[in-house]
Design a protein around this ligand. Structure first.
Ligand code: NAD
Length: 379
């Protein structure tokens, strides 16, 4: 083989190596509480480079640079817009802003050709969710929604059990979770920053747990209820009661496509210890998924499968599974891997828009005091 031909091979090999070695360039928008976890996970990955941070209060970004020893070359901006306008080479951004600032920065990132790992809940309203999905379609970039329980082996087991047919046809699901006292503070409790309370914060975990297991059927009608008795009461919520302007409890009766009924309750604060475990009722069996004291979307103990065995009623205990890598690591790593392979998103918006339609429907129905119909616009 001639030298010229050999050197062509060499060039091709070198190019390939270059591509493999290229670090994934990440920006972080919103450097408050949860961003810490994103920085912590990215720091474990030697194929990731954090290049820029943005926060409306830039001191928080400087604090992260120091905490994670990110170095003097990392740029700090005072908004998502400023970061995206000045960083043309980003591969992805973590968006860790409060709920009311989920949709606009996500659409902005997509329009700049940047993939997004967006913290939960997906958005506040259904309209916002639809706009994000449309931006994704328009730009060809992707959004993965930051539901770390999706990566939990026990959560995956729920889906496996449903898909195995062990429960038969599913007709009714009760789901939710709650805390006797567990109202967060900060930006979670004001309408101007959060827009929705418990139903979005922890309710989105309960909905994702069961909807993901049954393949995300669309909601048809919703009767929803929300209240704020604990959040607004200084006896339970101290000084934060004065600024509390979202829900602390929500419940709903949702008719899903395929004739499935979803009975949902979620609570940041209440008198009982739980609004009930999650139970999936099927014609051949039922699955009980124990709740946790401080509901955060994880399976609270061994699950129980109720079924008939040789004509007798039987119960099968499904032991908890533990894995070495944390669900948070897997959520962030799966985003980086998806960037490298050009998608698809590990936790896609096509599912999250359905969940958001339910949350939006609960809010609308609660305001109107009656059942409402749900129509998800064409994306
Ligand atoms: N996955 C989880 O387990 C988990 C845990 C906690 C919070 N979260 C979610 O993460 C989000 C943020 O929560 P948090 O506790 O970190 O809130 P936070 O208020 O501590 O931080 C949000 C930050 O975003 C900044 N910000 C808002 N809009 C911005 C914009 N346009 N550009 C740049 N910065 C902007 C704010 O200044 C603030 O510092 C929430 O939506 C919450 O639901 C997820």
């Amino acid at each position: 083989m001639s030298d010229a031909v050999l050197s062509q091979f060499k060039q091709a090999e070198e190019k390939k190596e270059d591509r493999t070695d290229k670090k994934v360039r990440i920006g972080v928008i919103g450097t408050g509480g949860i961003s810490w976890v994103h920085f912590y996970q990215y720091a474990k990955m030697n194929d990731v480079e954090i290049v820029a941070l943005a926060d409306l209060e830039p001191w928080k970004a400087y604090e992260r640079i120091e905490q994670f020893n990110l170095g003097p070359d990392v740029r700090v901006y005072s908004s998502d817009k400023e970061l995206l306008d000045n960083e043309p080479d980003l591969d992805g951004v973590s968006i860790c802003t409060y709920h009311r600032q989920h949709a606009a920065p996500t659409i902005n990132a997509l329009e700049h050709g940047v993939n997004v790992l967006l913290e939960k809940p997906f958005t506040v309203t259904l309209d916002e969710a639809v706009e994000v999905c449309r931006a994704e379609k328009r730009t060809g970039k992707f959004v993965s929604v930051g539901f770390q329980p999706r990566f939990d082996p026990n959560m995956k087991m729920i889906k496996k059990i449903v898909e195995s047919g062990a429960l038969g046809e599913i007709y009714y699901i009760q789901t939710g979770g709650g805390r006797r006292r567990g109202i967060p503070g900060g930006t979670f409790i004001e309408d101007s920053t959060a827009g929705i309370g418990a139903i979005g914060d922890i309710g989105s975990y309960s909905l994702d747990m069961v909807l993901n297991a049954i393949g995300y059927p669309k909601p048809l009608t919703i009767t929803g209820y929300t209240s704020d008795f604990f959040g607004k009461d200084p006896k339970y919520n101290g000084e934060d009661a004065a600024r509390f302007s979202v829900d602390d409890f929500g419940a709903a009766f949702v008719r899903l496509e395929g004739g499935i009924i979803l009975d949902f309750r979620i609570s940041w604060a209440m008198h009982p210890d739980t609004p009930g475990d999650t139970i999936i009722f099927g014609k051949e069996g039922a699955l009980r998924i124990p709740s946790t004291d401080c509901w955060n979307g994880s399976v609270g103990g061994p699950m129980i499968l109720y079924h008939d065995l040789c004509g007798e009623q039987a119960e099968t205990v499904v032991p908890l599974i533990e894995e070495e890598d944390s669900n948070f690591f897997k959520k962030v790593r799966s985003f980086v891997d998806a960037i490298k392979t050009g998608g698809p998103a590990p936790v896609p918006t096509s599912q999250n828009v359905i969940k958001q339609a339910i949350i939006d429907g609960i809010v609308r129905s609660a305001k109107l005091g009656r059942e409402i119909e749900v129509n998800i616009p064409e994306i």
